[in-house]
Design a binder for this molecule. Structure first.
Ligand code: FEO
Length: 170
């Protein structure tokens, strides 16, 4: 059975995952109208779907543990970006924020000796390591490319392979 405190903290994470899905969906829609980055667009759509899956996993866990998962209102995400590199910088910043939030949940679970929730959260800890590593790799590639069009072409060609290789999703 979840404590009220643990339940509230997990519900906060439901919102963060839902908001992440929304942020990446907005990135996907923006990149879809940019020329020549179809795979980058697909990457953002896929990432948005993954975040929705992270949210659903939390919802089921909260409800199965005797709590109640509350579906939150979301904030308006940024609709446009000055460039692709700006979008990916934002993605990395966002994932670092998510990791910090997961770490706080782990702290709460340990303080409360809630080992079931602690165990459940380990999946998210591993996922965040993967997601941050992937976001860093993509940012490094983009920094090397700069404004070079041929580099961006190759980046787009490559991005779905990079994400598949780094994903630990079920
Ligand atoms: Fe579900 Fe990318 O954090």
């Amino acid at each position: 059975m979840l404590s009220k405190n643990m339940q509230a903290a997990l519900n906060e994470q439901v919102k963060i995952e839902a908001q992440s899905s929304q942020v990446y969906l907005a990135m996907a829609s923006w990149s879809e109208i940019q020329p020549g980055i179809d795979n980058v667009t697909q990457f953002f759509y896929n990432h948005s779907d993954e975040e929705r899956m992270h949210m659903l996993k939390l919802i089921h866990f909260i409800n199965e543990r005797g709590g109640f998962a509350m579906i939150p209102a979301l904030e308006q995400p940024a609709l446009t970006y000055p460039s692709i590199i700006h979008a990916f910088k934002e993605l990395l910043k966002h994932e670092i924020m998510v990791s910090e939030s997961i770490n706080k949940l782990v702290d709460i679970a340990l303080n409360e000796k809630d080992y079931a929730t602690h165990n459940f959260l380990q999946w998210y800890v591993a996922e965040q390591i993967e997601e941050e590593a992937l976001a860093r790799t993509l940012n490094e590639k983009l920094e090397m490319i700069g404004d070079e069009k041929s580099g961006l072409y190759l980046f787009d060609k490559d991005i779905l392979n990079v994400s598949i290789a780094s994903s630990n999703d079920e």
